[in-house]
Design a binder for this molecule. Structure first.
Ligand SMILES: [Zn+2]
Length: 63
């Protein structure tokens, strides 16, 4: 099983979608990744469920 998964997320600032690489071996994590389009820091809240489904929530600092 591949523990790294690419997930599409939407930037809270510019609303463009970009791909992030998620380490699914960690059940829950939160980190900051710069948007590929507008280069602003996006907070990514990653949840991995028991059956391996990955969900990523995006948050902006001032949105
Ligand atoms: Zn952006």
């Amino acid at each position: 099983m591949n523990v790294e998964q690419t997930v599409m997320v939407q930037c809270p600032y510019c609303a463009e979608s970009f791909e992030v690489l998620v380490d699914c071996s960690i059940g829950q994590q939160e980190y900051i990744e710069d948007c590929e389009v507008c280069s602003r820091p996006v907070t990514l809240v990653v949840n991995v469920s028991d059956d391996g489904n990955v969900s990523v929530e995006t948050r902006g600092e001032d949105v």
